[in-house]
Ligand binder design. Sequence first.
Ligand SMILES: NC(=O)c1ccc[n+]([C@@H]2O[C@H](COP(=O)([O-])OP(=O)(O)OC[C@H]3O[C@@H](n4cnc5c(N)ncnc54)[C@H](OP(=O)(O)O)[C@@H]3O)[C@@H](O)[C@H]2O)c1
Length: 271
Amino acid sequence: MVVEEIKTLILGADGMLGHDLQKVFPDAVSRGRDLDITDEAAISAFIRELSPDLVINAAAYTDVDGCEDNRETAFEVNGNALEYIAKACSKVGAVLVHYSTDYIFDGSKEAYVESDAPDPINVYGESKLLGEKNIMESMDDYRIIRTSWLFGVHGKNFVETMLRLSGEMDIVRVVNDQFGKPTYTADLARKTAEIVGLAPGIYHITNGGVCSWYEFAAAIIDNVYPCSSEEFVRKANRPMYSVLVNTKTSPMRHWRDALKEYLNIRGNGEN
Ligand SMILES: NC(=O)c1ccc[n+]([C@@H]2O[C@H](COP(=O)([O-])OP(=O)(O)OC[C@H]3O[C@@H](n4cnc5c(N)ncnc54)[C@H](OP(=O)(O)O)[C@@H]3O)[C@@H](O)[C@H]2O)c1
């Protein structure tokens, strides 16, 4: 499939990744909150009438702690809506690209390949896993891209939180016992265009390099101090290791290089 020649629909276009997808797919029809993915009738009618070749869904309920309190919304947005989208795609013969998460794994292994068995330990992970299952049961021509620890110019993210806290506090404490792979949304959006042309299935796509949240923070700010997850209790459980291993396609650059670009763009006020 030649990306420039296909009719593309981006859902969740107002989100952090959605913004970067719009740059990679400039001719795409983009919909944000104005098209509620949990409204089955609206989603079905929109996809039927547009009849796209490719649908990229970047809409999700991504507040991991919020999902614990709002279980029903989490399952509706991250789970059931994927059945509506996948069925509509199947009817018009569209490829569906959807994003899932490292949090579908329990973190008891140091690294996860695409075929490893999921076992989520929080509501966000459970709801995202339901989304994956609904897609796989409803259509054949899908690409499920599992990714992790996203940062991008157009959204609330860990890098911005660290920069803010660094100015507000003498010492910022960050957990040093949860490990993962930070991923720059601009890189992920570019890689998405490549994955559209690959075989249907599940892909693990992140920037290169593994770190703890503390190590990630230390690359952003100076006044950071390591602590344990026990000292920094959150509403949702988080996996200790959620390292996604990509066995299917070429690797992306190291997260430190991507972070440098992000900080430059941010510093220059570009977007
Ligand atoms: N962020 C991460 O660290 C991370 C890690 C792994 C995987 N992922 C996955 O990567 C994808 C992109 O994440 P992101 O960080 O770019 O997310 P994001 O910035 O939170 O964007 C998600 C967008 O979806 C919208 N949305 C929520 N409910 C909707 C609904 N019912 N109908 C239509 N739109 C709705 C949100 O609108 P509102 O803002 O108005 O709610 C937001 O604009 C998601 O699938 C996410 O699960 C993210």
